[in-house]
Ligand binder design. Structure first.
Ligand SMILES: NC(=O)c1ccc[n+]([C@@H]2O[C@H](COP(=O)([O-])OP(=O)(O)OC[C@H]3O[C@@H](n4cnc5c(N)ncnc54)[C@H](O)[C@@H]3O)[C@@H](O)[C@H]2O)c1
Length: 362
């Protein structure tokens, strides 16, 4: 069998995206197992997606000889340990964003996978989102001349699961959850230059009662090639998910709206089933999206990673990518705490989680 056999850890939001994406690629990948702590959730997920085996302990899944690639879709604080366990079991690993909580964890994950001779792949789907890939192709072709400013924003009304709001489990708020996408995006779009400095303005604007985390931020990244990245992250945007980019060069620019730009501007007095992720209502005006997973790039990401496991492609997003983002996240939180930009390299030791650098800057 040439399909890569995937075991998914976790059985909720992102696990659903990955299982559905894999199902769209029967010639490349197949989900053969899932592990999630609640028996009914694991079994229900397996039934829903036609997956043959469901476990309640991730270590059982890691002992399953059928699993070649473990896809980690669990709360952030568990990413490092599960990656290391998977590597020791000889499985390739895809880790969802953000890679982990600390730079020491990132180092340990990368080392464990290297020592075991397995791949550590970092799931940043914006590298695969077709509209954004098109923008990058245009930029690489020279359509905009020298690109000097790349902006990305991701905003919604706040996460669906309680653990995101608990900084002990998530490591931080909107910056940890959303700016990780934007930092990775700007860096990738510009051809992976060094990051010279990071400045972030962040606050808890709306959700004081629910979280100690930041719920809104603007983060500015100065790249070694002279270009600037600007990342907007918010858990305070009502009306559904918003994900946009803007690219400016000395010969042109482009704009892309990942979801609303592809959606159907729709008005309904009675409402309907589903418009877009995190939209609270479908009454009145809404923007129902179609082919949501494809627009995000999830099937394209699964395909690329499956082909990497088979040695047919070289990873464009790996553990090192996750570590670059992790260092920028540290710098963003420290910058907000210090009230000034933070120069990289920036690797303070012994930090328990990135948000601590905001609350108690070095
Ligand atoms: N790439 C993206 O766009 C994207 C989108 C959403 C989430 N994510 C990332 O995916 C990860 C999961 O987020 P989510 O939204 O799916 O969260 P979620 O709360 O919807 O699901 C988390 C899952 O992890 C399971 N889990 C918890 N402890 C576990 C354990 N010890 N063993 C096995 N499973 C365990 C839970 O039971 C649940 O099924 C996070 O790191 C998040 O940042 C990425």
């Amino acid at each position: 069998m040439s399909q890569v056999r995937i075991g998914i850890l976790g059985s909720r939001f992102q696990a659903d995206c990955i299982a559905a994406a894999a199902k769209a690629l029967p010639e490349e990948a197949e989900v053969v197992a899932v592990a999630s702590p609640t028996t009914a959730h694991a079994a229900g997920f397996a039934t829903r997606h036609g997956i043959p085996r469901a476990y309640t302990d991730h270590r059982e899944l890691l002992r399953d000889p059928a699993v070649e690639l473990v896809w980690i879709t669990v709360p952030n604080r568990l990413h490092a340990q599960m990656t290391i366990d998977a590597a020791k079991a000889g499985k390739h690993v895809v880790c969802e964003k953000p890679l982990c909580l600390t730079i020491e964890e990132a180092d340990a994950m990368i080392d464990a996978c290297r020592q075991a001779g397995v791949l550590l792949l970092y799931a940043e789907e914006l590298f695969f989102a077709p509209k954004y890939v098109k923008a990058k192709q245009l930029a690489d072709e020279g359509a905009f001349g020298r690109v000097h400013l790349v902006k990305q924003g991701e905003k919604h009304s706040g996460p669906h699961s309680e653990w995101f709001w608990d900084v002990e489990q998530s490591g931080g708020g909107a910056v940890m959850d959303l700016a990780c996408h934007g930092i990775a995006f700007c860096w990738w779009f510009l051809g992976k230059p060094t990051i010279a400095s990071v400045y972030s303005q962040m606050a808890t604007q709306v959700h004081h009662e629910r979280t100690q985390g930041d719920d809104e931020a603007v983060t500015i990244i100065e790249f070694g090639n002279g270009a600037t990245g600007m990342v907007e992250s918010s858990w305070n945007r009502l009306g559904g998910m918003d994900d946009c980019i803007e690219v400016f060069g000395d010969k042109g620019q482009t704009y892309a709206d990942l979801l609303m730009g592809n959606a159907l501007p729709t008005y309904s007095e009675v409402g309907f089933g589903y418009a877009v992720e995190k939209a609270a209502t479908t009454r009145g005006w809404s923007y129902p999206v179609f082919e949501e997973h494809w627009n995000y790039g999830f099937p394209q990401e699964v395909r690329h990673f499956a082909r990497c496991v088979r040695g047919k492609e070289t990873p464009i997003s790996d553990g090192e990518t996750g570590r670059v983002v992790q260092e920028a996240l540290y710098a963003a939180y420290a910058s907000a705490g210090l009230g000034r930009k933070v120069m990289l390299p920036f690797r303070p030791k012994g930090i328990a989680k990135p948000i601590d650098l905001w609350r108690a800057p070095p």
